[in-house]
Design a binder for this molecule. Sequence first.
Ligand code: TRP
Length: 336
Amino acid sequence: MKTILTGIRANSELTLGNYLGALLPMVRLANKHSKEMNVNIFVPDLHSIIADIDGNLQQNIVRTIKYYLAAGLEVNDNVHIYRQSYVPAHSELCWILNCVATMGETSRMTQYKEKSEGRESCNVGIFDYPVLMAADILLYSAEYVPIGEDQFQHIELTRNLATRFNNKYGEIFVVPVKTDEQVKFMGIDDGIRIRDLLNPEKKMSKSTLAENSKIMLDDAPEKAAKKIMSATTDSLGKVKFDMFNQPGISNLLTIEALVTDTPLQDVISTWAGETRYGELKKKVASSVSTMLADFQAHLETIDDKMVFELFESGEKYANDIATKKLFEVQKAVGLR
Ligand code: TRP
């Protein structure tokens, strides 16, 4: 059975953009494939500590998993939910891969370059982050790794490390598919980017200070509706999907499509030519507030105990698979 694997960063707060652009697509993908594939969803808590944590890491880990469940993740025997640091094989394989990776290739990683800004005080974890990520993937022989564009370079690194290792020590690792095939598998052409409500040229981000720029998953539904009503549009006076000239309107159409799970083209043709922007806003505001109310009600029903039970069985499974793979690797390099 093939494996899909993804690491979900523990986040204290998620925006509607994170939800519609990352969380929901992942949940739909998992539900679509979990009958015929293993779906490994893990929290990379060792990755979290490369930076100062905002909030309480333990709470954020549990809350992150609750968000996936509240978004409709269906859990069956093929779905494995675990925490990275509860599976020590990740750290151990990371060390072995450190001895395969070169300074040159890891120094070229864009994320490292951006995060370190050439500072000597940058911690080694930031530098080594992608090698740990390769270990996360290779331990489970995962072929599919649904992930945002900013992580594609790390998938390519994983492929290179796996191939180099296999050439030297024998066919131990399954090489994940190329990023263009990953994109096809995810079924998202060019990623979903929900825009800032007040400045629709920009991506919606939790770090934007203006409250009305962003909708947070824990916003009261009425409050979210008000934010949609106050979203920036344009003065062209005709609804059209045109990200360049009408980014605000296009953003609202995109939100409506995703929130109501309707193909974007259908939403576009329903509203094409409408001259009263207020009507579109009212519809989107109502869709968003209904979605948030449902999501929040569902979230209420999920308690910590449910999450810890999932961790318990997921970590048992993960340790079993990962320890076996690690042992193969240890034997191949002569450690066993
Ligand atoms: N680096 C990923 C991110 O920033 C999280 C992550 C860690 C991950 N390990 C992974 C994703 C392995 C997929 C597979 O979002």
